[in-house]
Structures are given as C-alpha cells and as structure tokens.
Design a protein around this ligand. Structure first.
Ligand SMILES: Cc1cc2nc3c(=O)[nH]c(=O)nc-3n(C[C@H](O)[C@H](O)[C@H](O)COP(=O)(O)O)c2cc1C
Ligand SMILES: [Mn+2]
Length: 520
C-alpha cells in the first residue's frame, strides 16, 4: 500500500479523482495562494492541485493541497479511516507478555512486521539524478510567496533533517524556510522543536569547548542558553560560539514521510521509523554528497548544507495558520552546499492562513493517531477534539471517564506536560457522556456545568511561538476549564439536575402517529 515516492502518490491521487492538473499560467508569487485558498475552503477541501505552467519557471510544476481533505489524508496513509492507524498503534501498545508457545507464535507476525519499520540505507536513488555542487540556486525552484506582507518567498513543506550530536539519532521536522538568496534561507525551527534542540546542543558544545574546569564549561553553556532560545536570541553584545551544524532538507517525499515531519513525535523517536510504521515498508535513505546525513532516496529535491552557529537573521513576517502574520524574529541561517534533485523535479508546497486549510487535515490526522498514545499517560481519556479554528494549540476539548475528585485538573496538567500539547492555551474537560466532536453539545453542556470562578484553572508556562497575545514571546498563561459534573467529594453539595429526555412510551406513541400529523 506504500507509495514509493511523490510521483506514485500523485498517480494515486489522479486515479482516485483527487487531483486537478492546472494548465493555465499562474504566478508562484501570491497567485497560487489565492487559487489554493479558494479550493481549500470549497466543500470537502477540493482537490490536490498540480500547477504545470508557472510564470518564470517553464517546465516546472508545483504540487499543493495533497493532504487537504479527510479522504486524501486517508489515501496518503493507505487506510480507509484514520482509526485503522490508531487501532494498529493500540495493538502495539496492548501487547502483554506471551504465556506459552501458542501465544509466542501468535506474536511472530507482529515482530516480523516491526522489521519493516526501520529505514534502509541504499547506495543511490532518484534524488541523485542531478547533482549540483556548484552553479545551484534556491531560486531555480518555483518557491511561493504566499501572502502580500510576507517577508519574502518561503519553502513551506520542507522535511528538515538534523542529527542529535549526543545520540546520533536523526530528526525530521517541517520548519518553513525563508529564501534570502540563491544559497541561503532562514531556518525557522521554533525553540521547543527538536531541530532547535539539536542546534542548542551544538551551541552548548561549542560554548564549553576548550574551557575547563567542568563548572566553567557548564556556566558557559548556561549563559549561551539563557541568551539564545532555539531559533531566536535575546539581543546581547556577547558573541555566540562559532561552528557549523550540518542540515539536509528533502522536498517532495512520499506522503507518509512528509506527514511524519509534522507529527509531534517524542524527540528520540526517528520520524523515518514512524514513516516506516505508517507505510509498512522501510523508508529508503541515501547518503548526502557534502554532509554526514541521510535523505530519502526518492525525494524530488534535496538541499544539503549547514547552519552557522553564531549567525542569526531576521525571519518573517509570514502569513501563518493563526490567520495573522507571525512577527519577525531572529533565526539561524541555512547555507546550501549542494542541491540534488530528480529530473524535472516536482516542487511540493502548502500554504497556511485562515483555517480551514490543508494543514487542518494534517492536524486532524494527528489528533486521531495520537489518541491511543495520549491514553498511555492519560488512561481516563475518552476522546479529543482540536477544532480547526482553534489552530491546534489554542483549544483542546477532551472527555474523560471521571473516577476521583479533581481528576479534570490532573488531566489538564498531564496535557500541559505532554510534548507539544504543552502549548495548549485553553483546555476544556467534559464528562464521557459529552460528545466532544459535537461543538453544539459541548457549548451547551460545558457552559451549563461551570461556575467560572471555581472551575477555571490558570497556569503559566511555555506557549507557541506563534501566539501574538502572550505577555512575552514564547511564555504566557494557559487556562483549563473543568466542565465535568461536580461531585460532593469536590465540595459541591447542591443537587445536580437531570438532563431532559422524553420517556420511551411517549416517543413510541408519537412515532406511530407522526405520519398522520402531516408535519414533514
Ligand atoms: C505546514 C506546516 C508548517 C510548519 N512550520 C513550522 C515552522 O516554521 N517552525 C516550527 O517550529 N514548526 C512548524 N510546524 C510544526 C512542526 O512541523 C511540528 O511541530 C513538528 O512536530 C516538529 O517536529 P519535531 O518535533 O521533530 O521538531 C509546521 C507544521 C506544518 C503542518
Ligand atoms: Mn521529531
């Protein structure tokens, strides 16, 4: 069921009637956004678009909106419904130690399955069809300018590959990249993301290199950390330690891997492995030409290069998925040392802006797939809804099976401690009898059930870099709403009213005479 590359995926989209080839001339500057935005907001998210005639880029093509509907998201992962993926994860988590030979034998297929997950390094692949160690330019590709006030043109769907200097593990993250010129681009890994942590670890090492004793080394590292944070730096006269960090960027991979670059995986789990799990076939990797990293063998375009540790540059503004422009900030700069690509590479992109957009469907897939994983630490969790207008970090509605006093608050704290869910600005917790997917039901019941002063929990902590309202960039407050039914054990002594429901006998009687009433 796995797609070997972007081209097989495009063919599958076309067979399913989910692709529209656009032959008319379009401009990658603003025009593609306006077209795609209208398509994204049409019923069901429209179709994926393959622009085949681009102003200024004869022979090039741009794929966009590949994940932009529930159906395409399912197709991308080769399932009928995302619950299938959740179910497979659940099965893995549900393993109990086998008792006796029969149970052991039953487990063998699953173990054999696991061998398929690990990435495989191969000697070469289509991404090496054209290798350019000089004479290359980022401007050779039809990179979009998305919105009028954007700081420039941005790579919007890059798989950014870095290596943890401590463990050697590779990370793949989707971080937008502002193209500054032929050979440099911004590296917008936000401070709490894994690429940023790899960068910080390189900085720590550089800060403490040559210094002795250990306490001085640690102090040097602490000082650098306080001044820099992931991407951006608190302005200071003291220079940062110098050095280079190798980075590779793949654009246009098979859809499972592209999707994995956005999933909030635990930092130490390689996305290549997760993609292998989703595709049920290993991701094939090839070695880069100029850096010590591996990239997907079938990628359309690969950028190799490095980030200079002590160099930061203004990145943004950028019309973001909040519906507002995210503000300028200081981020590291990526320097290209080599570009390899397939013949006639297909440039793959997305746009973000006011929801609903393509990324909303990717976020919904994360919501479904992560539910069983969230249940590992929050076993009382029944269901989760991240409404698209809540842009994933502003609003999470969860239902729980409540069994003890104060449990809703325990669940909030668990969510604020759970990987990227730490960014959640507002959490609403309801009882398991509320369908969190039905926003009308949530509004009715949650608001009926709260005494605001009593049931709202404020806390402080890290917030999303895109939050423009927090008191400080990346740091602010969050709110949890305990909209569960309050118990005596929680100090609530008033009687709790019954929900209104007609009795069965009357309902059946009206059913029988409904036709005669002629009310339809
Ligand atoms: C279209 C799109 C664009 C994104 N752009 C960025 C970005 O510029 N910077 C960033 O830190 N995260 C961005 N993200 C979110 C990250 O991809 C996401 O947090 C991912 O889990 C990061 O991977 P990591 O945990 O390996 O760092 C974007 C997500 C999507 C869907
Ligand atoms: Mn990661």
């Amino acid at each position: 069921m796995a797609y070997a590359d972007l081209r097989e995926w495009i063919a599958a989209l076309e067979r399913a009637g989910e692709l529209r080839r656009v032959k008319a001339d379009v401009d990658p500057i603003l025009e593609i956004t306006e077209i795609t935005d209208r398509v994204s907001k049409s019923p069901g998210g429209g179709r994926a678009l393959l622009f085949e005639n681009l102003k200024g880029y004869p022979g090039s093509s741009v794929l966009i909106n590949q994940f932009g509907s529930a159906r395409r998201m399912n197709l991308a992962l080769g399932v009928e419904s995302l619950d299938e993926v959740a179910q497979r994860i659940h099965q893995f988590l549900d393993v109990k130690s086998p008792e006796g030979l029969l149970e052991k034998i039953k487990m063998l297929p699953m173990l054999a399955d696991m061998s398929k997950f690990f990435p495989k390094t191969v000697s070469t692949g289509p991404c090496k069809e054209v290798v350019k160690k000089d004479g290359f330019s980022l401007l050779d590709f039809p990179v979009l300018q998305c919105w009028p006030r954007d700081g420039g043109r941005f790579l919007t769907l890059p798989c950014v590959i870095t290596r943890d200097p401590r463990t050697g593990k590779r990370n793949v993250g989707c971080y937008r990249m502002q193209v500054y010129d032929e050979r440099t681009a911004g590296m917008h890994w936000q401070r709490q993301k894994v690429g940023a942590e790899h960068y910080r670890e390189m900085l720590r090492r550089a800060a403490s290199a040559g210094e002795s004793p250990a306490s001085t080394q640690a102090a040097a590292a602490v000082d650098v950390m306080a001044r820099t944070s992931g991407g951006s730096m608190i302005p200071s006269d003291a220079p940062l330690p110098s050095g280079k960090m190798e980075v590779a960027v793949a654009i246009g991979t098979d859809p499972a891997l592209t999707f994995c670059s956005i999933v909030p995986a635990p930092p130490d789990v390689e996305e290549f492995l997760i993609a292998g799990f989703l595709r049920q076939q290993p991701v094939e990797l090839v070695k880069c030409e100029t850096v010590d990293l591996e990239v997907p063998a079938t990628a359309e375009i690969v950028l190799e290069g490095y980030v200079q540790l002590d160099e930061l540059r203004t990145e943004g503004p950028f019309g973001d998925h909040t519906g507002f422009y995210s503000l300028e900030d200081q981020y590291p700069v990526f320097h290209v040392t080599c570009i390899t690509h397939r013949k006639n590479p297909i440039y793959s992109a997305t746009i973000v802006g006011k929801p609903p957009m393509e990324d909303g469907w990717m976020g919904k897939a994360v919501e479904r797939i992560f539910l069983p994983l969230m249940r590992v630490t929050i076993p009382e969790l029944v269901d989760v809804n991240l409404p698209v207008e809540g842009i994933f970090h502003n609003l999470m509605i969860v239902s729980i099976r409540k069994s003890y006093a104060g449990q809703a608050r325990k669940v909030m704290n668990a969510i604020w401690s759970l990987g990227q869910a730490m960014f959640t600005k507002v959490i609403i917790v309801v009882d398991e009898d509320v369908n969190v997917q039905d926003l009308r039901e949530v509004t009715l019941k949650a608001l009926n059930h709260i005494d605001p002063e009593r049931d709202i929990q404020f806390t402080l902590g890290p917030v999303d870099s895109l939050d423009h309202a927090s008191r400080l960039p990346n740091f602010g407050s969050k709110m949890g709403v305990d909209a569960t039914r309050k118990w005596r054990a929680e100090g609530f002594t008033r009687p709790w009213p019954d929900e209104i429901r007609m009795d069965e006998k009357t309902r059946a009687a009206v059913d029988r005479k409904w036709k005669d009433l002629e009310l339809d």
